[in-house]
Design a protein around this ligand. Sequence first.
Ligand code: KE4
Length: 428
Amino acid sequence: METSSAAAFAQAQQLIPGGVNSPARAFGAVGGGPRFIDRGAGARLYDIDGEEYIDYVCSWGPLIFGHAHPRVVAAVQDACARGTSFGAPTPVETDLAARIAAMVPAVEMVRMVNSGTEATMSAVRLARGHTGRDKIIKFEGCWHGHGDSFLIKAGSSALTLGAPDSPGIPQGVADSTLTVAYNDADAVRTTARDNSGQIAAIIVEPVAGNMGTVLPRAGFLQALRQIADEEDIVLIFDEVITGFRVGPGGAQAHYGIEPDLTCLGKIVGGGLPAAAYGGKREIMQNVSPLGVKVSQAGTLSGNPLAMAAGLAQLEMLGEPGVYESLEATSAALAEGMAENLRRLDLKYAINRVGGMMCMFFTEREVVDFASVGTVDLERFNCYFWAMLERGIYLAPSQYECMFPSVVHGDAEVEETLRSHYEALKAVH
Ligand code: KE4
């Protein structure tokens, strides 16, 4: 019998490209069709056929307190009752800016935008305006959203769907993007020296989350900081995933490296469309209407509902024991998955930092785009479906992370690990 999701997907495909409003959702790599969702509650999702899942996508990262958290819902309801948007400044925007500046070490000044893509696009434009230079260095397998400059050897859905170099990018733009292997500090140093005086920015995911979870090698981030200082390059940490997830101060606090600019998204909007870019005052004071007036604008930037949702989440993240709980849950999942692999005599790699992790269907150590390329995608696809059928909702791609939330508890961990063991056994 056809599921309601299948019927909904067929209908959606008549009007929406691929039936989805973001390609990562299309199940393109794993086959079959996406589940259409009716509602979420805590750590769980319910599709329109009433099927229940433990959710490890969590809207691709934003929902660090799970679905429909009462304090987030109340904050949004309260804001909504006073109007949805004014196109004029509101005090809550300053409140969220203050919260971000208090939590993220390298942020002295911050501008709110509507998506992570806007945040990274704006940060790169600001770096170019601030330095008067055109070129940027990015890393293979990293995803910074769908800005033209980033769609060269990109990760996430571009990688998942086999188009890491998107059509539609003007050659001049592509020529200004220099792509280097993640974790290869020597290659960065060489590229920076070969293009000395021409590079505006190095943009990096300090923990890569769009080719699965890939950790920075010891010294890698320090090397980027040193090269940026030597060459007067703006160092941008794209913390759209890592921000507030790998710790209260993001990856920059976790590793003790301060970038010049930081991009934030996902968690900062509490599940509503909000993101941000910020950093050193001397650089941010070139954003229009200030300084050299690097242009950036947005009708709904700083939207009061999104600000309220983001502020509710960031305030809850400041409460005692929250990160300890996220760490305990995430560690229990990773360790339990490793134990299951040992019981089945499988040697797959598992990478984790804080509340972001990934199990790779390869025995290689996964440290960059090339090593991610050794995964067995067919086996991952079978595993994905074996987990979904057991009520575990993973990202439909080997190149994405698992995102536990603070509200994933012992029951979810136990159910997940049982399903993980059964699914691995079923596909080997
Ligand atoms: P958005 O424009 O999707 O809000 O953010 C773009 C972005 C920027 N930087 C990083 C490190 C990101 O991971 C993202 C977006 N992440 C993807 C999944 N990994 C979003 C899912 C999707 O594209 O639908």
